[in-house]
Write a protein of this length. Structure first.
Length: 385
């Protein structure tokens, strides 16, 4: 029903969601089953034998993910970290080296530093906004994976995906881009040279704070890599269940319209924050003062719904202000229709305290939802006052 010439929303709505040939149902079924009847030993119907290996609802989601990212194959997982773990196991072995951002999601750092490192895989840190800094961390013949986020979590750093892809490929390494903050709608890393795109589908892909999931999409022409990911997905087994797959697939159908609303609201919230004398730094790539603004403008449709800022008065003042919001929900995660506010140093990034990735103690992170923006600004105003 869809092809690469179709627009983003057409692919998001139709890829993997062809009407049921028997009933005409336009919404994919939830195949809540663990196993499948075989037509004789080894006689699988359409390749389905056991739902860890494949499930029709998950297949529908994986087809859609590949279509909207412009990749060859999509893979759906039980969480974003399950997706990360599976990929790292698929491509790394003892003695290998990888590079991650100095401003990385706390869960990614914890996985690499506390789990992957124990396999005998070493890592280095590099600023994602400096391709030369990443090049300087390359260990010839040993560096196998460069892992970046753009924008990063929580300081909204921007990487030049095309430039980092060139660095990676010159070294014979793979480039993986965590596209969670941007979403598939705002940014297409595979088209810019990345080998794999990763998502926490819990966030913008699902979009309604009602599901936990993760995804990988492998680029075109990388069949061997895709087969390695598929083998490890089945072997490790942290796959998305049918209900979770269905919820993410439903979320993707409205991703484009939701992201436009997130961006609209975020821009107005940034304008409000700029008017406050007690806000010392605003991290948002849509600001011309942001060091990555020009690159973000080149590789993103718009600048997203995530904002971080520092508030005068120190850590406790930031914590107290967060606790006074009423429309903004104090909670971890991001990318849902409701606006969330959190304190990274004590919450999402507590695992990086005392490391090179430690975030400012007075930092507040906002996930701007799609409520009426005047209500969001009024609530922030009373909380900050």
């Amino acid at each position: 029903m869809t092809n690469e010439q179709h627009g983003f929303s057409t692919r998001a709505i139709h890829a993997g969601s062809e009407p049921d040939p028997r009933t005409g149902a336009v919404t994919p079924a939830i195949y809540q089953t663990s196993t499948y009847k075989q037509d004789g030993v080894g006689g699988f119907r359409e390749g389905y034998e056991y739902s860890r290996s494949a499930n029709p609802t998950r297949t529908a989601l994986e087809t859609c993910l590949a279509a909207i990212e412009g990749g060859s194959r999509g893979f759906a997982f039980a969480s974003g970290l399950a997706a990360e773990d599976t990929l790292m196991r698929a491509v790394l072995q003892p003695g290998d080296h990888m590079i991650i951002p100095t401003d990385a999601y706390g869960g990614t750092f914890r996985l690499v530093d506390k789990v992957v490192k124990r396999w005998g895989v070493d890592y280095s840190l590099a600023k994602v906004g400096q391709a030369d800094a990443i090049r300087g961390e390359i260990r010839p013949g040993v560096t196998k994976l460069i892992w970046i986020e753009t924008p990063t979590n929580p300081l909204l750093g921007i990487a030049d995906i095309a430039a980092v892809a060139q660095v990676a490929h010159e070294a014979g390494a793979l480039l993986v881009v965590d596209n969670t903050f941007a979403s598939s709608y705002l940014q297409q890393p595979l088209a810019l040279g990345a080998d794999v795109v990763m998502h926490s589908t819990t966030k913008y892909a699902g979009g309604h704070s009602d599901v936990v999931g993760g995804a990988l999409v492998v680029g075109e022409g990388k069949d061997e890599l895709a087969e390695a990911v598929a083998f490890h997905q089945n072997s490790l087994g942290a796959v998305a269940g049918p209900m979770d797959s269905w919820l993410v697939l439903r979320g993707l159908k409205t991703l484009a319209v939701r992201m436009e609303a997130h961006c609209n609201n975020a821009e107005k919230v940034v304008e409000y924050l700029q008017s406050r004398k007690d806000v010392s730094n605003i991290y948002y790539p849509g600001l011309e003062s942001h060091p990555g603004h020009d690159i973000a403008a080149k590789q993103m449709k718009r600048f997203g719904g995530m904002i971080s800022f520092q508030l005068d008065g120190g850590e406790q003042n930031a914590v107290d202000a967060i606790g006074r919001t009423k429309v903004w929900t104090l909670g971890e995660s991001l990318g849902g229709v409701e606006s969330l506010i959190e304190h990274p140093a004590r919450m999402t990034h507590a695992s990086v305290r005392g490391t090179e990735l430690e975030v400012p103690a007075d930092l507040i992170r906002l996930s701007v939802g799609i409520e009426d923006v005047d209500d969001l600004i009024a609530d922030l105003d009373q909380a900050l006052r």
